[in-house]
Ligand binder design. Sequence first.
Ligand SMILES: O=C(O)CCC(=O)C(=O)O
Length: 216
Amino acid sequence: MQSDLFHTSTPGLQALPLKDAQVSYQPDWLSEQAASTLITQLQQSLPWRQDTIKLYGKSVSIPRLQSWHGAPHCEYTYSGLRMKPHPMPEALGALQQRLTDELGAPFNCVLANWYRDGQDGMGLHADDEPELGEEPVIASVSLGAERKFSFKHLPTGERTDIQLENGSLLVMAGQTQRFYHHGLSKTRKIIDGRINLTFRYISPDLCKYTSLSNHN
Ligand SMILES: O=C(O)CCC(=O)C(=O)O
């Protein structure tokens, strides 16, 4: 369980009022300038791919590009897709170190998602793969176009939407993955791109498990 280590009192991070969850948000974790420079750099340098996953028995292309980076043991599986990590690029390693220092929680891998425009998105899901352990701390950095991010409270179906701004940090911890699904809805109104970086920690002891979760 990582949440005991997580600094909820980190200056700049504000707790969001979501019951049964530990979610906090900082709109300006990176300056606008730093976020704009970084998105261009990552678009040009990461080994982006559009993967195909099995969903309810059918092969479908996921509606975004992605790139998985981290320590060599950090293999990650979702919806039948097994990803071997690329090495952590310097720019992402620097963000990972800053998050570890500020939040007091360890991180050793990152999933980069590139939503090319509003018609790319991610279906509702929980980051509850066994290799992430119980009560994972997930630190999510947003670059580029502002997008609506939704939480669905599983016991009641209640939805909470928040706007994820350029340069923002969203942290999900505690029982968030147990009580909520989260996702990024599609919209025709946005034509600009967005990159999201979700930093996670995979324990070397847990990475042998295979994930059961399904999302597109
Ligand atoms: O793009 C986002 O903000 C969400 C990414 C996400 O939910 C995930 O990587 O599991």
